[in-house]
Design a protein around this ligand. Structure first.
Ligand code: BYC
Length: 338
């Protein structure tokens, strides 16, 4: 954001605390609004409304948590991958998800929150992660269904986030989307191999798609008329499209892909609507979605307890890394080593 009046030169003041001489609070707000209207990026040291900052922290933190919790369902299959090639691909993918978590926690840190604080909120259930990761991965085909549908939904949601008004989040999304695109293709290719395989393999692929289809549609969030944050997030250009718009886009992309895969999407109401120029689809069971969000999904407890355990067991790694970094800092400043 170029406007000097909106620059924060002393940390991150709220409008009320805006330093004297740099403009009055209303001027800061006007500069922020003008930057958003002109599609300029808001950067960490720019003034921003408190509610904008809080919304970004909420969304980016949830997104980061989803990436690291999302490692679990697929990691479940690393030791049982059917070939060395599949195992190498899956390990790379799961590692990528950890990397996405790191980009996103770093983006959140630019808003003045600490990583420890965010992880603490995840572990204590005060912040959410995506509903999708509370479903089990029962067969090898689930790895393919996650790649095709879950990563496909993630790309549909995240490509517009590359144009998010907040610079660090938008830039993190560019890299994440490139990697997600590889993930989606590996899932598609895996499912295609199964679909064209033996009848048992085909049935396994179909069963996975049957179980992952509806939860994937829920990833986009509640319907627009129940989405409490959408209107404001779209006005701030954090979100560029509503939940229902992106869900529709995803359905339209998936139908022809399912046909090419030789698999059926489990929705008898799915049909092309000439008038709308989109596929119509059946009703989503939103009661299931809200139950999962309340912690009552099939794997909520398992995912969080495994996450907490990994965090506790990894304490020594964080301590060693911090000690190593401190040693290097001392070396650079010429301080004597103990
Ligand atoms: N799950 O007003 P709304 C990945 C919550 S990771 C859980 O529409 P908003 C991947 C919502 O937070 C995929 N909660 O909210 C990783 C809000 O509750 P709070 C993660 C959900 O923020 C590994 C309430 O419902 N992607 O791709 O405007 C392997 C009302 O919703 C969900 C992202 O996080 C949900 N599905 O819109 C493979 C993308 N949906 O916060 C793949 C970034 C809604 O008031 N996030 N809620 O307590 C977003 O784009 C938006 O936050 C959402 C929701 C579209 C998800």
């Amino acid at each position: 954001m170029a406007t000097a009046a909106a620059r924060d030169t002393a940390g991150s003041p709220t409008a009320q605390e805006a330093p004297a001489g740099l403009g009055d609070p209303a001027e800061f707000q006007r500069a922020f609004d003008a930057a958003v209207a002109a599609d300029e990026r808001i950067e960490p040291r720019d003034w921003m409304p408190d509610a904008y900052r809080a919304t970004l922290v909420r969304q980016i933190a949830q997104h980061a948590h989803s990436e690291i919790i999302g490692m679990q369902p697929e990691a479940n299959w690393i030791t049982r991958a059917p070939s060395l090639r599949r195992k190498a691909i899956l390990m790379a993918k799961v590692q990528d998800e950890a990397g996405h978590g790191l980009y996103l926690y770093s983006a959140a840190e630019t808003l003045g929150v600490g990583r420890d604080e965010l992880l603490d909120k995840l572990h204590s259930g005060r912040q959410k992660y995506s509903s999708i990761f509370n479903y089990p991965t029962l067969t090898w085909a689930d790895v393919g269904a996650i790649g095709w549908l879950v990563d496909g939904a993630a790309i549909t949601n995240q490509v517009p986030l590359c144009r998010c008004s907040y610079g660090p989040y938008a830039r993190a999304m560019v890299r994440v989307c490139k990697e997600e695109s590889f993930h989606q293709r590996q899932g598609y290719e895996l499912l295609l191999a199964l679909s064209k395989g033996t009848p048992e393999q085909h049935a396994m692929a179909q069963d996975a798609v049957d179980r992952w289809w509806w939860p994937s549609l829920m990833m986009f969030g509640p319907p627009d008329d129940e989405s409490q944050h959408s209107a404001q997030s779209m006005a701030w250009k954090i979100k560029r499209h509503s939940n229902d718009e992106l869900r529709q886009r995803f359905v339209d992309i998936c139908v022809p892909q399912a046909e090419s895969l030789g698999l059926t999407l489990p929705d008898p109401d799915l049909r092309w609507n000439e008038e709308r120029g989109h596929y119509d689809f059946g009703a989503i069971d939103w009661s299931e979605f809200w139950e999962v969000l309340k912690g009552n999904g099939p794997c909520n407890e398992e995912r969080l307890s495994r996450r907490r355990k990994a965090h506790e067991e990894g304490a020594w790694v964080r301590e060693a890394a911090a000690a190593h970094a401190a040693k290097h800092r001392n070396d650079e400043t010429g301080a004597t080593r103990a």
